[in-house]
Write a protein that binds this ligand. Structure first.
Ligand SMILES: NC(=O)c1ccc[n+]([C@@H]2O[C@H](COP(=O)([O-])OP(=O)(O)OC[C@H]3O[C@@H](n4cnc5c(N)ncnc54)[C@H](O)[C@@H]3O)[C@@H](O)[C@H]2O)c1
Length: 420
């Protein structure tokens, strides 16, 4: 099939590359001209395991193309995926300006029937807005072109995105027309050869499924963080509690590690967006409000523990921070607890030496350039460099190389083996 994917971020680039890997011809579109020209040269803008060879191979074989021109890309295309960002607005709602801008551009340029798919995470009712936006633009140019709008939310996880896309647990497709349903089945059937994983449902049901899924996972995390905070006060080892409840098959082991709060570009914004959707329906989302509040507070837990040990004034102290990405396996630092911690430490007078295997550059972009220039924050290229001459270390993101640290310096170690 001939496909167009609009937006070449974490979702769009993985989607485009994986469909191309399955033999489809895919044109990826982005408004960021620099990104597109670098992608054409084989540069991958994000760290995502396994993605680079797929992009390069499919570009070389002519199945994966990049452009800034949506009008060119959608000629003869059968399915158009909208995979642009839906960042949170000031009131927590999902900002649909990028999605609707793409929908209008599609309406301006569509010549033949196509299925228009929202892959971005969008609130219930967005497909209707996409439909209206396309219809309005078609009407303006008096064009009579048929199309269908489908919701196909994405469930990939950063850090395992290629695997998740290639071997999905389920493929949710919200669709109202038989023609679009057949085309979506044709597109996805080879991703579920082993057994059928495609769940067809109504468009609104699919839109809600994405938010309900992320909110459920965020709820598990916030619940466990609350239990952990209580365990701290009661002298209970939460690790034993985790094992004790995880072994209950009704609960399971996933998403019950206590920690310093969830971050990333999905859970925080999706929980807030669903709270907003609820309030628009005059419904108070009591559980999700609590999930969000617990998480906001949890991001300060490491800082509070540090202040509890060293006092309010941290001047003259230096802290080594391991892990900046919001989770292992990605360079994404959006809403990452490590960034909150570093800001608190510097504001309290401390200096920070920070290390992350992949997120040093993305983290720099989130911090005040002054701090990087005046030495308040130093990014180091080796995990043990972050521990030289520091008063304490803070482990924030559980990257695998941090699991067996070599803190001891033994006699006979050469310099490389003796870091601290
Ligand atoms: N990141 C994830 O793990 C993940 C997982 C599932 C769903 N989602 C959802 O997928 C959507 C995209 O997320 P992301 O993390 O890939 O975003 P991203 O910010 O990494 O990428 C978005 C891309 O869209 C481009 N863009 C914006 N407006 C455009 C336009 N008018 N035309 C063409 N390109 C345009 C941007 O330049 C950018 O490259 C969001 O709704 C997100 O909630 C993300």
């Amino acid at each position: 099939m001939k496909l167009t994917v609009v937006g070449t971020g974490y979702v769009g680039l993985v989607t485009g590359a994986c469909f191309a890997e399955m033999g489809h011809t895919v044109t990826c579109v982005d408004i960021d001209a620099e990104k597109v020209s670098k992608l054409k040269e084989g540069w991958i803008p994000i760290f995502e395991p396994g993605l680079k060879p797929i992009v390069i191979r499919n570009c070389e074989e002519g199945r994966l193309l990049f452009t800034t021109s949506l009008s060119e890309a959608i000629q003869d295309t059968q399915i158009i995926f909208i995979a642009v960002g839906t960042p949170p607005g000031d009131d927590g709602s999902a900002d649909l300006k990028h999605v609707l801008a793409v929908a209008r551009e599609v309406g301006d340029n569509l010549k033949d029937y196509a299925v228009i798919v929202t892959k971005s995470t969008v609130p219930v009712g967005t497909a209707d807005k996409v439909n209206d936006a396309v219809a309005n633009q078609l009407a303006l140019r008096r064009a009579d072109v048929a199309y269908d709008v489908v919701s196909n939310p994405e469930f990939l996880k950063e850090g395992a995105a290629v695997d998740d896309f290639m071997k999905p647990d389920r493929i949710v497709v919200g669709v109202e027309s038989d023609r679009a349903r057949e085309m979506m089945y044709e597109l996805y059937k080879n991703f579920s050869r082993n057994h059928d994983r495609i769940l067809f449902m109504g468009v609104k049901d699919a839109e809600m499924t994405k938010y309900a899924g992320n909110s459920m996972l965020a709820t598990k995390i916030s619940f466990m963080n609350e239990i952990a905070n209580l365990c701290d006060r009661l002298g209970v080892d939460v690790e034993n509690v985790r094992l004790g409840i995880g072994s209950d098959s009704r609960i399971g082991y996933s998403f019950i590690y206590p920690g310093c709060g969830y971050g990333g570009s999905c859970f925080p914004k999706d929980v807030r967006a669903l709270i907003h959707t609820a309030s628009e329906s005059n419904y108070e989302s009591m559980i999700l409000n609590a999930v969000h509040e617990r998480n906001e507070d949890q991001k300060y837990i490491l800082f509070r523990k540090i202040v509890g040990r060293f006092g309010d004034d941290l001047s003259g102290l230096t802290f080594g921070v391991w892990g900046l990405a919001f989770k292992p396996g990605t360079d994404d630092v959006r809403e990452a607890p490590a960034i909150v911690l570093i800001k608190e430490l510097v504001n309290a007078g401390a200096k920070v030496k920070a290390y992350d295997p992949e997120a040093l550059e993305t983290a720099c972009a989130e911090l005040s350039p002054e701090w990087l220039e005046d030495g308040s924050v130093t990014m180091v290229r080796h995990q043990y460099e972050a521990l030289e001459d520091v008063d304490a270390m803070v482990l924030v993101t559980e990257w695998k190389p941090f699991r067996h640290p070599r803190f001891q310096c033994h006699e006979g170690d050469d310099e490389a083996g003796c870091h601290f």
